[in-house]
Design a binder for this molecule. Structure first.
Ligand SMILES: [Zn+2]
Length: 459
């Protein structure tokens, strides 16, 4: 089974109480920069509080390193190769035949609303399918490029206004996609000086470049005042996390103050990470499937579950669809797993290993690059066609410590046993042998093309 789509309700599900379901996605957020994931700065007190109330997944694989492809995978439960939007961040779109998460929940009676702050998640791409309200009011402008966006402060305010007017008798499916901490890293002044350690650290060798590719250079859209201090950029990035965390706190407080927090299912994740010099990429994402760009956070709070659990078993974006469907009493047939079946088990709230999830491969797929996570190993390959492959590295993989690994580390492959190599290669072959979806696209305007080219995207 390649993706999700069938609507199946388990027997008796119509009697299940309908409780609010909230999906929070944060653009460009590396898991390892959140305090609850072990970061040594207090960037995320509100997100940490959510983790304490629910389950934290240590090892989470994003489906892509691009916003559109990752979020399309979240919304369809299918890897990028197997849904109509595919890998592209440009003019690709989800076709009507996809049964999105919002459509599943709307059909089940949920009042569905989305507040998104990244212009690539536009209606033309089909992300609005199933939402009664799709709010993409981008009233702010990104620094340097001037792209439309909306800050976390204004986004949360819009959500709170809508919540105040919403019908309290209808359960909600609310999706909020925050744009901070996507670059350029320009936190508002009240957060800007929060993490200024090591500002006088070493200068980056890379000069600032004219485009946005970010390989051995600082992308032009990220360059702030010709600054070449790596730590300065990272500090600003951390401050943006603190900013979005603060406004996520405002959002979750509304549910607490209105007596709807305890019974709500809340899932928080990000679409992809960001390179901070790993493999010579600086302040970009989308170019590789290495851990810096594909490791994301995933927190899940469910009604009645013990809090503070940490799960070591690898999980992935494709698990979000079945997990949130299950919270509504739906059981679609799909490749991902319902994580709630784990978190609801009445066991002690310590680290839990989940045997049922270990016998599978998880993928991050950007079309030209594919990562396979399986059995404690990470295989990274480049793909010249649907079936051709060039293995770049195969290495042991762990979330702790966050050794990010090298992209072109073919030496590491030689150290892995032949048996493991065969197993991982078989997994790659199995994935590549599946028939891909027919990808769809829309006609883009001149203005959109200019924006995409400024972003470094071209087709
Ligand atoms: Zn993104």
């Amino acid at each position: 089974m390649l993706g999700c789509g069938q609507k199946e309700a388990p027997p008796g599900s119509e009697e299940l109480p309908r409780k609010d379901i909230i999906l929070i996605s944060i653009d460009t957020l590396r898991a390892d920069h959140l305090s609850c994931y072990g970061y040594d700065l207090s960037t995320s007190p509100n997100i940490d509080r959510l983790a304490a109330d629910g389950s934290l997944y240590e090892y989470v694989v994003s489906s892509s390193a691009y916003t559109s492809a990752s979020m399309a995978s979240v919304m369809t439960g299918a890897y990028p190769r197997f849904n109509s939007l595919g890998y592209s961040n440009t003019s690709a779109k989800l076709l009507d035949h996809e049964v999105t998460l919002a459509e599943q929940l709307n059909s089940a009676g949920y009042n569905t609303a989305a507040f998104v702050c990244n212009p690539v998640l536009k209606k033309k791409k089909g992300f609005h399918q199933g939402f009664e309200l799709y709010d993409l009011e981008l009233e702010d402008e990104e620094a340097i490029r001037g792209f439309p966006e909306r800050t976390a402060a204004k986004c949360t305010t819009s959500v709170l206004q809508w919540l105040g007017d919403s019908d309290p008798k209808r359960p909600l499916f609310l999706w909020v996609h925050y744009q901070d901490p996507h670059g350029p890293y320009t936190p508002p002044s009240e957060f800007a000086d929060r993490f200024t350690r090591d500002e006088k650290g070493p200068l980056l060798d890379p000069p600032i470049q004219d485009d946005n590719f970010g390989f051995k250079r600082i992308p032009s859209y990220q360059a702030i005042d010709d600054n070449r201090h790596l730590q300065s950029y990272v500090s600003r990035y951390d401050s943006e996390i603190a900013f979005v965390d603060h406004h996520i706190g405002r959002l979750l407080d509304w549910f607490r103050e209105n007596g709807r927090y305890e019974d709500a299912t809340i899932l928080l994740t990000s679409d992809h990470g960001e390179a901070f010099g790993e493999n010579d990429f600086f302040f970009v994402h989308g170019q590789t499937v290495t851990k810096d760009q594909s490791f994301v956070p995933l927190l899940l709070k469910q009604p009645g579950q013990p809090g503070g659990r940490r799960h070591e078993t690898p999980v992935a974006h494709i698990d979000i669809y079945p997990t949130l469907c299950a919270a509504a009493g739906l059981a679609p047939t799909c490749e991902g797993k319902d994580l709630g079946t784990l978190t609801n088990r009445n066991e002690s709230p310590e680290r839990i290993n989940e045997d049922s999830l270990t016998d599978r491969s998880l993928y991050c797929d950007i079309g030209g690059g594919l990562a396979i996570h399986r059995d404690g190993f990470l295989l990274i390959g480049t793909l010249k066609s649907q079936t051709d492959k060039d293995i770049l590295s195969l290495q042991p993989s762990d979330f702790k410590p966050r050794s990010m690994g090298s992209y072109l580390d073919q030496e590491s492959t030689k150290k892995v046993s032949k048996k493991t190599q065969r197993r991982l290669m078989k997994s790659m072959q199995e994935y590549l042998s599946r028939p891909p979806a027919r990808f769809a696209s829309y006609r883009i305007t001149k203005k959109e093309r200019a924006q995409l080219e400024a972003l470094g995207y071209s087709e």
